[in-house]
Design a protein around this ligand. Sequence first.
Ligand code: GLP
Length: 245
Amino acid sequence: TLIFPTSTDAARHVATLMAKMIRENNASGVPTVLGLATGSTPVGLYRELIRMHKEENLDFSRVVTFNLDEYFPMPKDDSHSYNRWMQETLFSHINIKPENVHIPDGTVKPGAVADHCERYEEAIRKAGGIDIQILGIGRTGHIGFNEPGSPKTARTRLVTLDPVTKRDAASGFFGEENVPQQAITMGTATILEARKVILMAFGEHKAPTVQKAVENPPSESIAASFLQEHSDSTFILDAAAASDL
Ligand code: GLP
């Protein structure tokens, strides 16, 4: 666990670490495979990466990305779509190649979801696995959309959102009744296979969940608690999110 005075300091730390890996890999001509998250938490990180691209020539042309999740069903251009959000927040501002971007597809037919999920896992494997996985954490302790009860062995799949998660998303959807019931998410096992995992949590409202994830024994009731069993995982917190530790 690393605690920073502010979320800006924390975002800068993570961006620096990612930039270092991207630059080293670029120099050796190998791709960097990033696992990316949505939500308010990684916004500062993406802003800093964009700044590094524009001001310090950070080159994303060999970077390959896999996003954690997408609501289901969800059109790609919908204002709530994580596909659209990633384009607007990060991808349209850097020189990443569209063919290197992977995000679960909320437009596949219900009958084709299982196959889509399998192909998503396969694409991660073909890319050589994830070098750095960025995570936020939901109030239910979810990483991606691995809600309480998600086993450690879970792979990319269709899940039902927890009522707490829907409540937290409600304002963005103008009411809880408009929040999709389901999502496609990378599984806990998929996430745990990343070589390096960074979970960021900022703000007082995250403190109780962070405390359980860090200090309780790993269990299905808090998916993020499984990160304790990962050999290279770090919780990056601001002082407020660390206040219950
Ligand atoms: C959503 C996302 C998660 C994210 C969580 C927390 O449920 N699917 O990936 O970590 O919200 O969001 P925020 O960062 O806005 O607090």
